[in-house]
Design a protein around this ligand. Sequence first.
Ligand code: ZN
Length: 580
Amino acid sequence: MITYQVDVSQTHAHTLRVTLTIAQPAPEQIVSMPVWIPGSYLVREFSRHLSQLQAHQGAQQLAVHQLDKATWQVVCAGHSALVLSYEIYAFDNSVRAAFLGSHRGFFNGTSVCLRVHGREQELHHLQLHGLPKGWAIATAMPQDPTLSNPGNFATENYDELVDHPIEMGQFWHGQFQACGVPHEFIVTNAWPNFDGKRLLADAQRICEAQIHFWHGPNAKPPFKRYVFLLNAVDDGYGGLEHRASTALIAARRDLPTTEQSELSDGYVTLLGLISHEYFHTWNVKRLRPKDLTPYRYAEENHTQLLWFFEGFTSYYDDLFLRRTGLIDGPRYLKLIAKTITQVLATPGRQVQTVAQASFDAWVKYYRPDENTANATISYYSQGALVALTLDLLLRTGKTPATLDDVMRLLWQQSQGGPIAQADIAQALTQVARRPMHVELEKLIHTTLELPLQALLAQVGVAWSSTPPTMAQRLGVKASESALTGIRITSVLRGGAFEAAGGCTGDELIGLNTWRLRRLEDLSHLLNPAQSAQLLISRDHQLITLPLVLPSTSQGSPVNLKLMPEPSAAAQALQQAWLHR
Ligand code: ZN
């Protein structure tokens, strides 16, 4: 038996005290801390927050040998229980690690629970101790059936143990049923006028629609209960998916309020996040890359398929807001147009394929810098556009079908298990009733433009471009404030600012004889195609750059609108795609 006792009383020191008891240890027992958390593809070195590791058998203290950055070995005498004790510093307020403070606690097992090598498939017990007065516990981790008091959990194996984050504190709590399955919603640190009733009703619509999507009208989802753990903060956004729960972080102002009747853009973003993480319960937690099966906790787990597992999930997250009627068609098109605009404004789309972007997530997507836009493409946004392309290709094909059919076929054929790219190509081919392998190869393994404009026209959606912003015309990303001035944070490949010799970090000060206060001031001062003198500051030196601004720009924002009078065929296709 493997048991973790986690003492959460040291809130002021932000420290979790863990006692790990291993019944019948190996003669040379090895334990290790994961270096990453599944769902977030970056080596995070969770062992850096572990200290004071000690080992005992009865009263006997044993030597602990460190084998590498995250692995330890203890030589045991006989088979009596090995007890390891250690501290975890917990002050990471994200959804990916562990946090303990005076107002709340939260942790994932990957940050707290040493993996006992050779024993991963046994029952794992977790017991919380020292809970501050008035705190409650929320998690999808199953209660230990042999212990009735709260805070005692038992899981089938290590994988399950670390796939149920735990929230502790005083939080808002609501619940609903979706297709007969209990769902709980925890919100920590919401404003008093937060409208919990509305959040529950809207989340319920999304959950029921997704259960129906995967299993039809009368079936149950592959979990007995589901828990949303939402931490509201001043500014933040993110989520991490798990088999029966999700940990979310959102800006407090994006929560619905009792005074609000319209859906704010912030709330639509939050509903999209809820939809995204819930969809992952199927797409990545069960239907998952073969390369990530089983998870290897000690190293990077590479896959070329994040365009499918993250990108397709990103396509469906907002589509479910439309299908449930939470947003209307024009608002949905705005969300797609935003994604298209983002991709078109990224020079890296001509450098990296979406399959390469997936494989390199560990060193590129999760480690952004000033060159990211030039060298990489997001497998989220480009993957979502690949999904849109395929969905429209299927819908407008000779034998009309949908991407929904492909997702469900993959689910059935894999029985909700691991898949490879060949399975996706095969399912597409079967649904489209024509070979799709070459088409998929082109979308995934080349940087060719997606034929979206033509496909959208076939479903009665008109594509137009709006005038580019000054940053887009210059080919930069910039931050502006009265304190720091206009600072260039990224120089885009092939743009006017690069041609003028500008660098990341430059501060724009003036143009010709004029002082610049805002980037948009340039639009009043510049004549396209005429050279001007741009004064910048770089490392305390004033430098003049000759700037020629092109009249057009690559990254003009895209606008999508329903055509006022589409053909009957386009109208029918649009109806099937966009209407409830
Ligand atoms: Zn995701």
